[in-house]
Design a protein around this ligand. Structure first.
Ligand code: EPU
Length: 445
């Protein structure tokens, strides 16, 4: 176990290159199970979730190497159809192998998916869709595995009751080799899904966005290998944009996905954050004067992403006025709040009046824990000071690190493995920008 020691405050200045998108990379690895030919993936981020996902496909017989930022995968066709508990339960996206395994071998066993601790996060919408395509899936509480079988997967007309990002992708992965045509209605629109679709189409799949929130997939008998460069991580870019402003510095972001950050940039500018387009894929983010409180409500694409609200909270601790963040996608994504309060932030929970919460919220409302809140109110600006903190999910982790960078004094941050799930060499890149941050073994101090 490791922790970060961060001494602040520091102003961040310099250049950073955004890594490949975690939420494409993980699924691109699963895609390799759909073909017998080699898949070569470029711009793959060196993060723990990617390493775990490579272990998942290895456990199913694939050979996978990771050199530089390139992954080569060749499926071994060993016929193994069970994702081992010790690997699969640590990574929520391991459940996405269900479709390829069912297409290929007609059966699959996956452990109850794990991942970041952000609420209940069931996969009922994925399972219902796979069942509509002809699969039988039972969860055994005796062994904690989903047991899935399908003589053959066939096309189906499926309407998601609510938005689901990985649910949409899971059904695309199941439909590409199925018999006939699948129509996904109320399908998610996140741009990472389009990158995955581009990869599949480069392999010979027939997938089209036919209407708004509608995807039509016509099964093909076979997919071939390909070489593909995945898009950059726009969530990481948001983290660095906020880091620049909140530390009163200036960061030039290379491999910028600014074209997919319109909603973020609108509220960022409203709050007083500044940016300048240098070229199509280079953006400078900088502090340009006092910040103002701005309310945000998270939502599905093209709204303000749930992944941005945790770093946004840091920005709001430094803004003048009272701001609110209303989380509508997940039912428990405020784990960073107690950590920021330890550092001097003024934040309180509240529950906004919502006419029909069952429909309004993206999560299954019955999953809501009694003591979980859906919104916070931040009063700023407040100077932050050092603390001993921990990180309990990925975006919360980035937030606590940013807070420590602008806080007065030396902070100790436990739970570094959470941030390693999704940010490549974060401390090296922050150090390059001027932060004083060290990674040390938990027991050395
Ligand atoms: N949900 C269900 N049942 C389902 C599917 C989803 O109740 O079958 C609930 C979830 O629990 C959640 C909401 O519906 O409350 C939305 O879930 P969705 O399926 O859209 O999210 P996800 O696929 O679990 C992905 C990303 C998240 C990102 C969201 C929103 C990956 C691996 N994860 O999660 O990324 O926040 O979409 O875009 O792609 C992160 O990168 O830190 C992260 C959590």
């Amino acid at each position: 176990m490791e922790k970060f020691i961060v001494s602040g405050p520091t102003v961040l200045h310099g250049d950073v290159t955004i890594a490949g998108a975690k939420n494409v990379a993980l699924k691109a690895i699963v895609v390799s199970l759909l073909t017998e030919e080699p898949i070569i993936l470029h711009n793959m981020p060196h993060i723990r979730d990617v390493l775990l996902m490579l272990e998942v496909v290895r456990s199913l017989g694939a050979t996978a190497t990771f050199e530089g930022n390139t992954v080569h995968i060749l499926d071994g066709k060993t016929g193994s159809t069970t994702v081992p508990l010790e690997i699969g339960a640590r990574l929520r996206t391991s459940s996405m192998v269900l479709g390829p395994m069912l297409s290929r071998y007609g059966k699959a066993m996956i452990p109850n998916p794990g991942g970041c601790r952000i609420g209940a996060r069931p996969i009922d919408r994925h399972i219902e869709g796979l069942k509509a395509m002809g699969a039988t899936i039972d969860y055994s509480s005796t062994d904690g595995f989903f047991h899935a079988e399908a003589k053959h997967l066939h096309g189906a007309d499926i309407t998601f009751e609510k938005n689901t990002h990985t649910g949409t992708e899971t059904l695309i992965l199941a439909a590409v080799l199925a018999d006939g045509t699948t129509v996904l209605r109320n399908a998610a629109e996140e741009v990472e899904i389009d990158d995955l679709i581009s990869l599949l189409c480069a392999m010979g799949a027939n997938i089209k966005r036919t209407e708004k929130r509608e995807i039509t997939i016509t099964g093909v008998p076979k997919l071939h290998g390909t070489e593909f460069t995945i898009m950059s991580d726009r969530n990481e870019e948001v983290t660095f944009a906020i880091a620049a402003v909140v530390s009163k510095g200036k960061i030039v972001v290379h491999h910028s996905e600014r074209r997919f950050l319109q909603e973020f940039l609108t509220v960022f500018e409203k709050a007083g954050g500044k940016f300048r387009a240098i070229d199509d894929t280079t953006t400078e983010y900088f502090y340009g004067g006092p910040l103002t409180a701005v309310d945000v409500t998270t939502g599905q694409h093209p709204g303000f992403m749930t992944d941005w609200q945790a770093p946004w909270a840091i920005l709001m601790t430094q803004a003048t006025g009272i701001s609110t963040i209303h989380e509508t996608v997940f039912e428990n994504r405020f784990s960073y709040v107690e950590e920021l309060k330890k550092m001097g932030a003024t934040i309180e929970y509240f529950d906004p009046e919502v006419a029909n919460p069952k429909e309004f919220y993206n999560f299954n409302f019955e999953d809501k824990a009694q003591d979980a809140h859906q919104a916070i109110r931040i009063t700023g600006p407040t100077p932050l000071h050092n603390a001993i903190t921990s990180m309990s999910d990925l975006r919360a982790g980035a937030t606590v690190v940013l807070a420590a960078i602008i806080a007065q004094g030396k902070s100790y941050i436990h739970g570094v493995e959470q941030i390693d799930r999704g940010y490549e060499h974060i401390e090296e890149r922050l150090r390059h920008l001027g932060a004083s941050i060290d990674r040390i073994e938990e027991d050395t101090i």
